[in-house]
Design a protein around this ligand. Structure first.
Ligand code: SF4
Length: 574
């Protein structure tokens, strides 16, 4: 077992771990400050913030030999016998000097800076900076630059860490950003008419540690300390990127990536990033409606449920059959509860998968692992990132329920052909996109004698359905999705359901009249795992933080990834 000594204490490195000094120290609860280093980017060691004292311990004699000067922790491999000193007077004085250097031209504009509250410079100035500013010369003030329609560069805040430059080169491979000039004249720049507009562009804003690169969509909209963060899974495509859904005052304000090495690493695409807007859309359905004549009339939930049940009971007693359509936007739990309810109505029920939107082809960014490496001192394990052509989060999970309750996933087109033989059609939608269903598909479904819709948006099918129930949107519900790699992932509700709207799980429990039906998604997943073979690995309705591979065991991750955690909460503890 490899042993590392940090600040005089011995620690055993985990088997097979590929750590540098920053990662090893972090693993054992010791923080080494850094700016330019990022676990998924090449190592350049240009900010010098992570410099520490480094040495080696001779395994035979036990003698420790220290290097005569400070060494960047990001470039120091953590090996058997490595000795790190992270808190000596020499290291602390060095950090003070680096902070003073980085802040020479940096404006003191924290009160109006969007990064305030999640700023690496703000955090480390409290922790490692000098109280007094000794620089009396004129500051080097550089103007703002637009680097794309969505991203602005505040040059005077930039510390030239080059995280943004390395990202565009190493992850999407588009290299729109570069460093222009040198030393004090150095600037981050784009080439004329070549903005940072690759599909992953927004990640440069997340990577910038100091608020130099900012997202114009979020700019001056919210102070970050007012935002509550909720663990979510993006519904934009079947990749199922892990996201933080950040809300305040009943509105979602932004999506940020959450690290998951098995799915999205540290990134999300711009489509998913700005997909948060659907949670605040004015086209969300706001209640329950019944078609009377040519018009829909809003009715309270109890009257809606009574009328729906009367209609269904009369027709089912008359031996009419039911076609149930489950959209790939439903969670595993919603699909289970919906299919279970439909199966309980009659044995003359056919289940089908709703339309699965596909746009273009999968777009995979496969980073060049050799780029930026120097010897064995680059500790990056870049993983490919795929934006899926399939624009729904849970086809695999819904198909699993269709296999269990029906005769497999009848494709939507085939289901449309069978509407004539099913007088009752019940559709469970849930797409954030009101154009999820096309006009000819609506016309085919409308041939049913009774058309019932549970959905989130005002859309062409809602315009013609006999019964329309508004249900909680993707941001208002909890549950699990199964992504393209058959990884089951849990997401939590960011917002409470809007007034007059129920989460689908509650509404099914009310409509089915089963007062004892579980409505907590964890309980439903537990029940589903008992009977659906594909979910057999789920224990007690619990899903691990990084998700559960339903088919095989996860491969161990060789690097210890962690997210930058420059937050106001850290500052307040200093
Ligand atoms: S803009 Fe931000 S990420 Fe880019 S070099 Fe400057 S400080 Fe670093």
């Amino acid at each position: 077992m490899a042993t590392i000594i940090i600040d005089g204490q011995s620690f055993e490195l985990p088997e097979g771990a590929k750590f540098n000094a920053i990662q090893a120290a972090k693993h054992f609860g010791i923080d080494i400050p850094y700016y330019c280093w990022h676990p998924a980017l090449s190592v350049v060691a240009n900010c010098r913030m992570c410099e520490i004292e480094v040495g080696t311990k001779d395994p035979a004699t036990g003698e420790i030999k220290m290097l005569p000067r400070l060494v960047p922790g990001c470039q120091t491999p953590a090996r058997d016998g490595t000795v790190l000193v992270t808190e000596s007077a020499k290291v602390l004085e060095h950090r003070k000097n680096i902070m003073e250097l980085l802040l020479i031209n940096h404006p003191l504009d924290c009160p109006v800076c969007d990064q305030a509250g999640e700023c690496g410079l703000q955090d480390y100035s409290y922790e490692h900076g000098r109280a007094a500013h000794r620089f009396v010369e004129e500051r080097n003030v550089k103007p703002k630059k637009e680097v794309s329609d969505l991203i602005v560069l505040n040059q005077d805040r930039c510390i030239m860490c080059t995280r943004c430059v390395r990202f565009t080169r190493e992850i999407p491979g588009t290299a729109e950003l570069h460093v222009m000039r040198r030393g004090d004249h150095g600037e981050i720049a784009i080439f004329p008419d070549q903005p940072v507009d690759n599909p992953l562009a927004g990640n440069v804003v997340d990577l910038c540690p100091v608020g130099a690169l900012l997202d114009k969509d979020f700019l001056h909209n919210q102070r970050v300390w007012f935002l509550s963060k909720h663990d979510g899974v993006c519904t934009g495509c079947s990749t199922g990127c892990n996201i933080s859904v950040e809300e305040n005052a009943g509105k979602v304000w932004r999506h940020k990536p959450r690290h998951n090495p098995y799915v999205n690493d540290y990134w999300i695409c711009d489509e998913g990033r700005y997909g948060y807007k659907a949670a605040n859309s004015p086209t969300l359905l706001g209640g329950n409606y019944v078609l009377e004549g040519k018009d829909h009339h809003g009715v309270p939930t109890d009257r809606f449920v009574k009328r729906l049940n009367e209609t269904l009971t009369t027709r089912i007693l008359d031996k009419q059959s039911v076609l149930g359509i489950l959209s790939p936007y439903l969670s595993v739990e919603e699909a289970f509860a919906a299919a279970q309810w439909l199966a309980s109505l009659t044995n003359r029920v056919e289940l089908a998968l709703g339309p699965v939107p596909v746009r273009g082809e999968d777009l995979t960014f496969a980073p060049d692992k050799t780029k930026g490496r120097s010897g064995d001192t680059s500790f990056i394990v870049p993983r490919p990132f795929t934006i899926s052509a399939e624009k729904a989060p849970n086809r695999a999970g819904v198909e699993m329920m269709l296999d269990h309750f029906g005769k497999g996933a009848v494709p939507f087109e085939k289901a449309l052909e069978s509407v004539a033989s099913h007088p009752i059609v019940i559709v469970f939608g849930g797409s954030p996109d009101e154009s999820w269903i096309e006009a000819d598909q609506v016309a085919a479904l409308r041939k049913a004698e009774v058309l019932v819709l549970f959905d989130t948006t005002i859309n062409p099918l809602a315009d013609v359905a006999d019964f329309v129930a508004g249900i909680a949107s993707f941001a208002e519900k909890s549950g699990t999705y199964v992504n393209r790699d058959r990884r089951l992932q849990r997401f939590e509700a960011a917002l409470p359901p809007r007034e007059g709207v129920w989460p689908l799980l509650d509404l099914i429990a009310i409509v089915s009249g089963d007062g004892k039906a579980p409505i907590r998604s964890q309980e439903i997943l537990k029940a589903a795992a008992r009977v659906v073979p594909g979910l057999a690995k789920v224990e007690d309705g619990l899903v691990p933080e990084l998700g559960l591979n339903l088919d095989s065991k996860d491969q161990p991750i060789p690097d210890a990834g962690f997210q930058d955690d420059w937050t106001l909460a850290n500052v307040s503890t200093v």
